[in-house]
Design a protein around this ligand. Structure first.
Ligand SMILES: [Zn+2]
Length: 136
């Protein structure tokens, strides 16, 4: 059956995407097959409830559901964020990684001896060399 082949390739695609992101292949394989079957059944049940009694039409609706499920699983695999502790050896586009969100808002104060701006944390004024007692 053609559908099995489609699922097979989709699982292969999704698991390799998952592996590139350091995520569980088994999990994504299960998700792909699960979503496909789940939506296939959901769609055909909905088709029956909607009054479709043509077998071929129902099969078409079921297949549409399966393909939608496969598409959703592919999008999840494609856009799920990379696990932070994953190694990036297999990802070619790692140059565009998000900058690490360093929470260093430059805190600035003024030297009370010479008036020059001083970036904290600093114990001495860069301009005049006097000790800063900014903690008090
Ligand atoms: Zn100073």
């Amino acid at each position: 059956m053609l559908e099995i082949i489609a699922i097979y390739y989709l699982v292969k695609k999704n698991t390799s995407l998952a592996a590139n992101k350091g995520r569980s292949k088994v999990l994504f394989a299960l998700m792909t097959v699960g979503l496909w079957i789940f939506l296939e059944i959901t769609f055909s049940v909905l088709g029956v409830f909607a009054g479709v009694n043509n077998t071929y039409a129902l099969m078409g609706i079921a297949l549409l559901g399966g393909v939608s499920g496969g598409l959703i699983s592919f999008l999840i695999a494609k856009f799920c964020p990379t696990k932070s502790n994953a190694s990036f050896r297999s990802s070619g586009a790692s140059g565009t990684q998000l900058p690490v969100a360093t929470k260093t808002e430059r805190e600035e104060t003024y030297c009370r001896y010479c008036g020059a701006g001083v970036v904290l944390p600093a114990n001495f004024c860069d301009t005049c060399g006097k000790r800063l007692d900014h903690n008090t």
